[in-house]
Design a binder for this molecule. Structure first.
Ligand code: NAD
Length: 270
């Protein structure tokens, strides 16, 4: 069923946090690649419906389903509604995430928990629901060589420590070993679990880091490739990781970061 220009033809993808930023880019790219896409959102149904409208306008299939990924019952409901709309999923992009920044000594327990709940527990709950759904459905050899694909949206801060963002870096460090341990556990069933670690991507989550020329110039000092990333940069990587073109890629984190993890300060010193 898959073709060169529609590598995800006939597949069903759930994208959490799909109404803005990177998730929105992934929704559009996966729909363009032939997948029917579930646009999960936590709040703001208008944004999610706007994404669905864009997919429909381009001739694709999408539906918006609300759920807080950190809530077990809501995640179960999300997967039930997704299945009712399109059938069991082939692809999960566990993308939803947030920041609650604070200096360490000032960080509240609520800030810590909010980030860990959404960024790490949310990925656990969604990935668990996806593994169960893949197993229930069984293989679809005509559609994909894998039983199912899970893509965890991590961050360069799964390896780069980040002062003032200890909760966020801890959550993404957790995602790294969640992803690899799960990949090891379910690979024999031909479920492929991988992660994408974006660098600095122009989205609402980090607006203050790029919205003024001064801020962007500061940010570019950290990016050897010399430009801020766009959601499409991540979306293209997600389509590839979800397609049979990457069928032998298992348990890997793909850094899509313009070289941010190359320690650019060492160009001048060290
Ligand atoms: P964003 O704020 O535009 O998107 C995040 C989305 O997740 C939002 O739509 C938000 O509503 C949703 N979300 C948050 N908590 C949720 C919850 N509990 N349940 C359901 N949805 C929830 O920001 P983004 O940059 O597009 O972020 C997407 C992912 O990429 C995040 O996991 C983020 O950590 C990661 N990331 C982003 C960057 C970057 O530079 N933008 C870099 C590295 C990693």
């Amino acid at each position: 069923m898959a073709t060169a220009d529609k590598p995800l033809a006939g597949q069903i993808a759930i994208v959490t946090g799909g109404s803005s930023g990177i998730g929105a880019g992934v929704v559009l790219a996966m729909a363009a690649a032939g997948a029917a896409v579930v646009v999960n959102y936590r709040s703001g149904v208008e944004g999610a419906e706007a994404m669905v409208g864009k997919v429909h306008a381009a001739g694709g299939r999408a539906v918006a389903i609300g759920a807080d990924v950190s809530d077990e019952a809501q995640v179960e409901q999300l997967f039930r509604e997704a299945e009712a709309a399109f059938g069991p999923p082939d692809i999960l992009v566990a993308n939803a995430g947030l920041q609650r920044d604070a200096a360490f000594a000032e960080m509240t327990l609520e800030q810590w928990r909010t980030v860990l709940d959404a960024n790490l527990t949310g990925q656990f709950l969604c990935a668990r629901a996806a593994v169960r759904a893949f197993r229930r459905r069984g293989p679809r050899a005509k559609v994909s060589r894998a039983l199912g694909k899970i893509i965890c949206m991590s961050s360069v801060h799964d390896v780069i420590p980040w002062a003032g963002h200890v909760n966020y870096a801890s959550s993404k460090g957790g995602v790294s070993l969640l992803m690899r341990s799960l990949a090891q556990e379910v690979a024999p069933e031909r479920i492929r679990v991988n992660a994408i670690a974006p660098g600095a991507i122009r989205t609402p989550i980090n607006r203050e880091a790029w919205e003024t020329p001064e801020a962007e110039a500061q940010l570019l000092r950290l990016i050897p490739y010399g430009r801020v990333g766009e959601p499409e940069d991540i979306a293209e990587a997600a389509v590839w990781l979800a397609s049979d073109a990457s069928d032998y890629v298992v348990g890997t984190t793909l850094y899509v970061d313009g070289g941010m993890t190359l320690y650019p300060a060492f160009r001048e010193g060290g």
